[in-house]
Ligand binder design. Structure first.
Ligand code: C2E
Ligand code: MG
Ligand code: MG
Length: 726
């Protein structure tokens, strides 16, 4: 309540910055109108009076010029000129005010000379003491105004305290003028309008804080009242036998005038308060707008989580740096950092711990790369533009520090570096290359730092080519499906085929999936490829069926991103419907790593696939961290055991019992087991001995075009299960 009252009277505001600015500007603007009005009015008054005196008696002119009235008119005129000068400087270019300042100085200098002359004459003339006071007052005012005008000419910039003190002086002169002129005319039986006009003028045209308005109004009303009271000539009081006849005492301001005066006082005060509150409201509105704006501009360049700069800021600043002639490009390097293991850290310890880790890493990078451009790009990726000399040492040091932050999970910081050439100006491309160098060592445990070099350059070009040409490749039929047989361990016959993508490029030749799957996933284009494979498989089924060619159920690899980037289940459903492919001819393979994030989306999609009658296989089982969790949470038809168990077969004694156990587990969980990567008979026999149901590997066939496979079937090298013989 107290706070509100204080704010209502303008004594203490919540946020003063904007408020002060608004009050100041509003007052400076009003001051211009007011001072122009005052200047014009006073000049007119002075000219009018001078003309009357000249007509009456020219000789008396100089004496009259210094009389009280005149002194006040001159004073107000000078204050008006000064106010105009300062208000204009506050709002406009100070150079525009120079001419005005010169005019004011010239005018005041003339007044001063005149006053000095009058004072020197004073001694020889029989004038009253109050006339001398007027000369001195005007002389002082003239000198003061010249002083202010000179200060203004010297200091170009707007000084608030100067303008505000001139505003106060101007207001006081106005009110003083109102009191003096009105009191004098009241004495002569006239009205008190000038006083009221001046009050309105100063209190309502300018914006005061209500408490200031209250003080100015009350003090000036009281002064005026006492001034008039003083004027009541007590000599006119009649005495009756030595006793004062009270009935003859002049009443001074009558009750009517007092009540009117009070009403004027009150309404002026209310106007002052309402004026102030209007300005306050506007200021508050702008204040909040300003806050929102500054917040927006802050978050547009700052990373919300870590507080360091974001990608947008980095790009624009790096762009400027790359284009400055003074930048030592030869010694510049773009560094791209990636925290390997962050995803698992996040999963294991929760988002909060993950965020803390990111903040720590951001601070460490920023502290080590002082005088460099440091930013967080996205997720756990950071980019730095810095000097090449010595950067590798700093990176190594950082990597060790990050390594020290790991708990039970392995954490490491990888850094890719790119040194821009002289003619390179695009920071995005430089970041991309540094990132590419970083990605190239992500799986390499022993390497933390990799400089982008010629070898990487070739790879990078291929990657760019893939991203830019996936649509063309699909359109022109460069994407081919190779089929790799899946055999029944029991009798060695083909019971399935895995569809594996190949890119037969006119420029690069036959590209294996290793060259393009990850790139397409990184650039979120993988769904295009997978949709294309689905379509080709469905078409092949129709061709085989119509021409009575050997064929078996095909398992198609789905990327985890397919579920995000498109409605892949619908794509499958539509293509299968178009070529009338029965559900038991297509199976879906998803890798276990797909199931670790965006779980809800995936769970729903897997349930839908099952509802539609498709079988879902878990691919590469045992290659990730959370294999067993995945088995607990989802129901799969086939468990496809990763080939790493077989590749270790001879070197690692543990491989056999592990495989044995996994096969056992799959039986218990009601899944069919399939082992990938069977390359020799011994492995095959082992799988048979542990009861693994299906096998896939080079021992039977590499992935080949379907016609090649059929040829081998026709030749009898491979045998298709009777179930699928047409
Ligand atoms: P995957 O699904 O685990 O496919 C098995 C990979 O192992 C194939 O490699 C296959 O050629 C290889 N392989 C099969 N038997 C043996 C063997 O006995 N020894 C060895 N050393 N390797 C064997 P490929 O065709 O290069 O595919 C690699 C990966 O690319 C696939 O792994 C799969 O994850 C992905 N991929 C392939 N085609 C597609 C596709 O159309 N869509 C998606 N999303 N991913 C695909
Ligand atoms: Mg697969
Ligand atoms: Mg696999």
């Amino acid at each position: 309540m107290g706070k509100r009252l204080l704010s209502w009277f303008g004594i203490k505001e919540e946020n003063e910055t904007m408020m002060k600015k608004y009050l100041y500007e509003a007052n400076m603007r009003s001051s211009i109108y007011m001072s122009v009005l005052v200047i014009v009015l006073e000049m007119w008054m002075i000219i009018r009076m001078t003309r009357t005196i000249i007509q009456d008696d020219l000789y008396d002119l100089f004496w009259t010029l210094t009389e009280k009235y005149y002194a006040n008119y001159f004073l107000l005129l000078s204050a008006g000129l000064l106010m105009l000068l300062y208000a204009m400087r506050a709002l406009y270019d100070h150079r525009k005010c120079r001419y005005l300042a010169v005019v004011v100085i010239a005018f005041c200098a003339a007044v001063c000379v005149f006053e000095v002359w009058m004072i020197s004459k004073y001694s020889s003339a029989s004038r009253t003491i109050s006339d001398l006071q007027n000369y001195i007052l005007l002389l002082c005012a003239g000198i003061g105004i010249i002083g202010f005008a000179v200060i203004l000419l010297k200091n170009g910039e707007d000084k608030k305290w100067e303008s505000l003190s001139v505003l106060y002086i101007f207001s006081l002169v106005c009110i003083n003028f109102g009191i003096v002129i009105s009191a004098n005319s009241f004495k002569e039986g006239g009205q008190i309008l000038t006083f009221l006009t001046m009050e309105l003028f100063v209190i309502c045209l300018l914006t005061w804080r209500p408490y200031v308005g209250f003080i100015v109004l009350t003090v000036s009303y009281l002064l005026f009242y006492f001034k008039i009271d003083q004027m009541i000539d007590l000599n006119t009081v009649k005495k009756f036998e030595g006793v004062i006849d009270f009935s003859t005492i002049p009443t001074g301001l009558g009750d009517g005038i007092k009540i009117n005066g009070f009403t004027m006082w009150l309404s002026t005060l209310l106007l002052c308060i309402s004026n102030y509150n209007k300005i306050k409201l506007q200021a508050q509105k702008d204040e909040s707008l300003l806050k929102v704006n500054s917040y927006l501009s802050k978050i547009s360049v700052e990373d919300e989580l870590t507080g360091i700069h974001n990608m947008v800021y980095f790009r624009s600043e790096a762009d400027k740096l790359m284009n400055y002639v003074t930048t030592d490009k030869e010694n510049s390097v773009f560094l791209f950092f990636d925290i390997v293991g962050f995803k698992f850290y996040n999963e294991k310890y929760g988002f909060h711990a993950g965020n803390e880790l990111l903040k720590n890493v951001a601070t460490m990078i920023e502290q080590r790369f002082t005088k460099s451009l440091v930013s967080r790009f996205s997720d756990d990726h950071f980019v730095v533009l810095t000097k090449y000399d010595g950067c590798e040492g700093i990176v190594k040091d950082l990597c060790e520090k990050i390594h020290g932050l790991e708990r039970e999970l392995h954490l490491s910081l990888k850094c890719g570096a790119y040194r821009p050439g002289d003619d390179e100006h695009d920071p995005s491309l430089c970041c991309d290359r540094a990132r590419f160098a970083c990605n190239s060592i992500k799986k390499d445990y022993a390497t933390d730092f990799r400089l982008y070099d010629k070898a990487l350059e070739e790879e990078f070009r291929l990657k760019q080519y893939i991203v830019n040409n996936i649509d063309t490749a699909i359109e022109k039929g460069y994407i081919k499906v190779f089929y790799q047989p899946v055999v029944s361990v029991e009798d060695g016959t083909i019971v399935g085929l895995e569809a594996l993508a190949r890119w037969k490029d006119p420029e690069y030749g036959l590209l294996p999936p290793g060259a393009f799957i990850e790139v397409l996933e990184e650039y979120r284009q993988i769904h295009k490829l997978d949709s294309c494979i689905i379509r080709q498989v469905c078409r092949e089924y129709r061709r085989a069926y119509d021409n009575k060619l050997p064929f078996a159920p095909v398992s198609i690899n789905f990327s985890r991103l397919d579920f995000e980037l498109c409605d892949i289940v619908n794509v499958l459903k539509d293509h299968a419907a178009e070529f009338s492919v029965p559900q038991n001819y297509i199976d879906v393979e998803v890798t276990e790593s797909a199931l670790t994030d965006k779980q809800d989306l995936l769970k729903a999609a897997l349930v839908r696939l099952k509802e539609l009658g498709y079988k879902v296989w878990l691919d590469d089982f045992g290659s990730g961290y959370s294999s067993l969790n995945v088995l607990k949470d989802y129901q799969f038809d086939v468990l496809k055991i990763d080939m790493k168990f077989l590749s270790d077969f001879d070197r690692n004694d543990k491989s056999r019992p592990i495989l044995d156990n996994i096969v056992e587990l799959s039986k218990k969980l009601g899944m069919v087991s399939l082992t990938e990567g069977v390359e020799d008979e011994r492995q095959y026999e082992f799988l048979d001995s542990i009861g693994c149901k299906m096998a896939q590997g080079y021992l039977f066939s590499k992935p080949v075009p379907i016609d090649d496979l059929r040829e081998r079937i026709y030749k009898g090298e491979l045998k298709i299960n009777d179930k699928y013989m047409k």
